[in-house]
Write a protein that binds this ligand. Structure first.
Ligand code: T4K
Length: 386
């Protein structure tokens, strides 16, 4: 291969960069926090953030709860849904947090294989593993690709198992492709994808297309568990004289809520830009038989590509770093079932293992120049040519 044809960027290009809101507007919010002298524990910024999220997502405030990060949101959500001590069927093709949160409450992750198109948990594969000990299924809308929600709904009805989605990557994904605040109502049409199954979790980590520095949101169907979740995120303190369970400290603070509010102002633009980045990659890579750009995600939160084999993926990953100054990530390699806590299931999911060996996520973020995107795509194409 002729390495001189590759573009080497002067500054490193990372797989992602967080969006940072206008500093002056952020300072106005800080002044409000200073005036309030209220920094955490269900403060006014958090309440405003929750109200604005409800409007954006098209989900009533009574059906949501904010947390300090997505992992604790999952952990407390799983716990509130009664999964402790039970078997839970989930996917190995995800970030470790999906299963760590199960293990931390004493649930037992059982791994089922993924759909080769979307890389999301397959309902058919999950169904084969259901036993009387199964309390729930945890599919992941990986990269913002929507799971087969109808398939999982059938399993929920047929087997009485809970369905809890890890929607960490799916903020801004809507049923029927309709944005919440544009003509949405609460009759089940055009709401956030978070309103599927029994519960969903969105991560607001800075590596996500939308963030609050750190943060997590649970959306759930049964409004009755909101109070329990509010208590669990605050040590399970019920009143000045009552602590009713073993809770955690998972409260979102006022600075996080302010960051979330400021980023939410830009959400349509943030998603639109990712779509343009994806389209710029597609312009170069579509029709290139050695690189398959996964097309499915509605919010284009990530740009995953599949190569023909492990050796090619490893070579492209290393060469992009060394020769182009481009830092991609192998989300999600290794598979969870290759990590020590889950190695008991190694080899159980061959489709997921094959995809993990061949996948690479290319850089995408708000403001990444589209000509740089095309140059990265050309570099990739050049590396796999011949
Ligand atoms: N479920 C799923 C499916 C998830 O993907 C995640 C998180 C969770 C649950 C848990 O949600 P949280 O508890 O995180 O809310 C990153 C993130 O730390 C993690 O949030 C995310 N998934 C995962 C997919 O990716 P790393 O170890 O790859 O992150 P790191 O620090 O190497 O950052 C990646 C790139 O971003 C780097 O190139 C640098 C850049 N970056 C990062 C940060 C934090 C910045 O430019 N600025 C920043 O502030 O895990």
């Amino acid at each position: 291969m002729n390495a001189t044809a590759l573009k080497k960027f002067k500054e490193p290009i990372l797989v992602t960069r967080p969006y940072l809101p206008d500093l002056e507007e952020f300072k106005e919010g800080l002044e409000e926090i200073w005036a309030n002298q209220w920094l955490t524990n269900n403060g006014p910024m958090l309440k405003r953030f929750q109200a604005e999220l409800a409007e954006y997502l098209g989900i009533p405030e009574a059906n949501m709860a904010l947390f300090s990060n997505g992992t604790l949101a999952l952990e407390l959500g799983y716990y509130a849904m009664g999964l402790a001590g039970g078997d839970v069927i989930t996917t190995p093709f995800t970030f470790v947090a999906t299963s760590h949160a199960l293990k931390r409450i004493g649930a037992n992750p059982i791994f089922a294989d993924v759909d080769p198109e979307t890389l999301c948990l397959s309902p058919e594969a999950a169904e084969r593993l259901i036993t009387p000990r199964t309390k729930a299924i945890v599919p992941v809308h990986v990269y913002g690709n929507v799971c087969d929600v109808e398939g999982f709904e059938r399993l929920r009805e047929q087997y009485g198992v809970k369905i809890i989605y890890d929607a960490a990557h799916a903020f801004g994904v809507f049923n029927h492709g309709i944005h919440g605040r544009h003509g949405n109502d609460f009759d089940g049409k055009g709401r956030s994808i978070g309103y599927c199954g029994d519960m969903s979790m969105f991560s607001f980590h800075p590596t996500k297309l939308f963030h609050s520095c750190e943060g997590g949101l649970l959306v759930f169907k049964a409004a009755a568990i909101q109070e329990k979740l509010f208590e669990l995120r605050n040590f399970a303190i019920h009143s000045e004289t009552e602590c009713v369970d073993v809770g955690s400290n998972a409260k979102m603070n006022e600075l996080q809520a302010l960051m979330g509010l400021e980023c939410l102002k830009k959400i349509d633009e943030l998603i639109d830009y990712r779509k343009r980045v994806h389209a710029a990659y597609a312009e170069v890579l579509d029709g290139c038989p050695e690189v398959k750009l996964l097309p499915h995600s509605q919010n284009k939160a990530y740009v995953p590509v599949l190569f023909k084999d492990f050796a090619t993926r490893e070579r492209v990953y290393a060469e992009l770093k060394a020769q182009c100054n481009v830092f991609t990530r192998r989300y999600f390699y290794p598979l969870l079932t290759d990590f020590a806590p889950y190695v008991y299931a190694k080899g159980a999911c061959p489709i997921a293992a094959d995809c993990a060996a061949r996948v690479l996520t290319l850089p995408t973020y708000y403001g990444l120049p589209l000509e740089d995107v095309k140059a990265i795509a050309e570099d990739v194409k050049e590396m796999v040519a011949g």
